[in-house]
Design a protein around this ligand. Structure first.
Ligand code: AMP
Length: 614
């Protein structure tokens, strides 16, 4: 067994894999550290770009997005675990500048041009690239190889989205020791301190988590001593800051058409620039009541200039804000909790900075100030790292060691009955572990077998929910319809693993199906292939970075040589040196695709000519 600790393996890192930004945290020097990336930023854009020579991840990708919109991929979290035919995917595709096509078995595939070739990626692969970047960020900060991680997911993600996220972790070379719901992670970040100055024994907290692409509400009871009991979760895996941006973009597109009679939609570059400007304006509107969007030469040489007020922003998005409040009410009612029992409302996710959201919440919880002491961008990664430290067993902190989490099933679980109806066996927000049985009867005379389909979701028609698996029950003794009885038992253990057992009551014969988070939609072989591909891309990135460094070193050398020549007294070799420098500059211009060895050789040659003089 490997010992953990500062001199050995680091504790599992915590990664908040966000729709728009990701954040990584780790346990170091007996506390949690939010780890800055190589640009010094504490959050990294969840963005991957493909250019002719290389792949860019994070800030580098986002910075060039407006110039290269069709090969800059964002929003992979909105795609992960969904089918191509999903109406949400079809809707999103209308606003994405990059191309998504239908792959085998209705999987969406993202199409890009990379190094002059067309490449197709699954959302899992794009997410794995972002996770790989977060892993590297942690490794360079900790100075150690990182293997284990706790990844956060929206509380309202279904099994398919959870499994696909886990697959992304595996492709990135991470061992995902736990997946924790984002609001629960934020509650841990909050809950480490709450009883310091009070005599209270328990607190009910509501976590309101509105990020870039997803919205979650969770109600938890935190008990003194570190027990976190989730009472209910509710949410929307497709509601967040990006939707607010889209409304602003649509409004601007409408204004442009009204004023200039021209349609911006086909111009992907212009749309990308407009989206970026709208997102910036939205952030400004969280502090100021008015701003303006100014874009030179947006389309066909036309400059775009428009004033945007906070009131207009709120009007455009009011239905979304109302939806958030409705979801919050559902969560309270599922938790069977009076609003006045909530002692703190914790704000998480960048979009909770929107003043209207805050004022709507404050109106509802008028007796209590909203809790804003947690950094909304970092709280989730922080909580995940606390869990990572606990699970790795390295933390000497009592609060960390005593942490106990009791979760709920976010979505109802059940089976398909006659007429493609979904019959719930375990309702949503049931605390786990849990075991529950229901009796079903045959629906045809002399029926000897039955296919039982297990679903997850809240819709009345089974097809509208998420299929988890199927059991074939055979050997039912022939009898008139409605006579043979099947006992369908659903059991969920503390890790969220569901086992469905079906017993034919008259014979005692049982059939079992175990649905774990282990088996994602990708096979083991597919994941292994993607790991190999990921290594190949990583190697190519390293080679590219080495080459860029070599060219930079060569240019540095030219600069230094020129400076020295300037201050030099007359020398017979001055002309030769100037000629070699000029030739090298020309060579750089024409040989951007030269091999690393060649660039090194050029530098050595230049130095050998010039150094002789110094
Ligand atoms: P997260 O997923 O928590 O990183 O949240 C990112 C989302 O928060 C993005 O849609 C951002 O545009 C949004 N956001 C960040 N800061 C602000 C702000 N000051 N006002 C409004 N939205 C913001």
């Amino acid at each position: 067994m490997e010992k953990r600790g500062d001199d050995y393996l680091p504790a599992a890192i915590g990664i908040d894999l966000g729709t728009t930004y990701s954040c990584v945290a780790a346990w170091k020097y007996d506390r949690i550290e939010i780890i800055p990336n190589n640009q010094g930023n504490r959050t990294t854009p969840s963005c991957v770009a493909f250019i002719d020579e290389a792949r860019l991840i994070g800030d580098g990708a986002k910075n060039q997005a407006t110039m290269n919109p069709v090969n800059t991929i964002f929003d992979a979290k909105r795609l992960i675990g969904r089918t191509f035919s999903d109406s949400k995917v079809q809707d999103d595709m209308k606003s994405w500048p990059f191309k998504v096509i239908e792959g085998p078995a209705d999987t969406p595939k993202i199409v890009v041009s990379y190094k002059g070739k067309t490449k197709k990626f699954l959302a899992e692969e794009i997410s794995s690239m972002i996770l790989g970047k977060m892993k590297e960020t942690a490794e360079s900060y900790l100075g150690k190889v990182v293997k284990d991680a706790v990844i956060t997911i929206p509380a309202y993600f279904n099994n398919s989205q959870r499994q696909a996220t886990k697959d992304a972790g595996a492709i990135a070379g991470l061992n995902i020791i736990s997946m924790i719901n984002e609001p629960t992670a934020a509650a841990i970040a909050y809950g480490l301190e709450p009883f310091k100055s009070t005599k209270e024994k328990k607190k009910n907290v509501l976590v309101f988590d509105l990020g870039g692409g997803t919205f979650d509400v969770s109600i938890l009871t935190i008990l003194k001593g570190g027990r976190f009991e989730v009472k209910a979760v509710a949410g929307d895996t497709h509601l967040g800051g990006e939707d607010f941006d889209n409304r602003m973009v649509d409004h601007c597109v409408g204004e442009f058409k009204r004023k200039w009679g021209k349609d911006l939609i086909p111009n992907k570059k212009a749309l990308g620039r407009l989206r970026c400007a709208c997102e910036k304006a939205k952030r400004i509107l969280s502090c100021d009541t008015q701003t303006s969007i100014e874009l030179d030469c947006l389309h066909e040489g036309i400059d775009f200039s428009m004033k945007f007020s906070r009131a207009k922003f709120e009007e455009l998005n009011m239905d979304y804000f109302d939806r958030c409040m409705k979801t919050l009410e559902t969560c309270l009612s599922d938790a069977k909790m009076e609003i006045s029992w909530v002692s703190d409302v914790i704000l998480v996710g960048g979009s909770t900075r929107i003043p209207k959201i805050q004022s709507m919440l404050q109106k509802l919880f008028y007796w209590k100030e909203l809790y804003k002491s947690l950094n909304p961008d970092e709280a989730v990664a922080y909580g995940a790292a606390v869990l990572g430290a606990k699970l790795s067993g390295i933390s000497s902190d009592q609060r960390c060691r005593d942490l106990v989490l009791l979760d709920v099933t976010p979505l109802s679980l059940g089976v398909e009955t006659q007429g493609e109806r979904f019959d719930v066996v375990i309702p949503r927000n049931t605390q786990i572990p849990m075991k529950k049985s229901k009796i079903y009867v045959t629906c045809a005379d002399n029926q000897t077998f039955e296919d039982i389909k297990v679903y997850q979701g809240e819709r009345a028609r089974s097809k509208d929910n998420h299929l988890l698996g199927m059991l074939k029950v055979s050997g039912i003794p022939p009898a008139p319809k409605g006579v043979a009885k099947l006992d369908v038992c659903f059991e969920i253990d503390a890790n969220g693993i569901l086992t469905v057992t079906i017993q034919i009551l008259s014979t005692g014969k049982t059939t079992k199906l175990r649905i774990t988070n282990e088996n994602g939609r990708l096979s083991k072989e597919e994941i292994e292939k993607m790991i190999k591909d990921a290594d190949k891309y990583k190697h190519e990135d390293e080679e590219y970075n080495k080459k860029v460094s070599a060219f930079n070193a060569l240019e540095d050398c030219i600069y230094n040589m020129k400076k020295k020549i300037k201050n030099m007294a007359y020398s017979v070799r001055l002309n030769e040196m100037e000629r070699v420098i000029a030739d090298t500059i020309k060579w750089i211009e024409n040989h951007q695709d030269a091999s690393l060895d060649k660039v090194h050789a050029m530098k050595e040659y230049l130095e050998s000519i010039c150094m002789r003089e110094f």
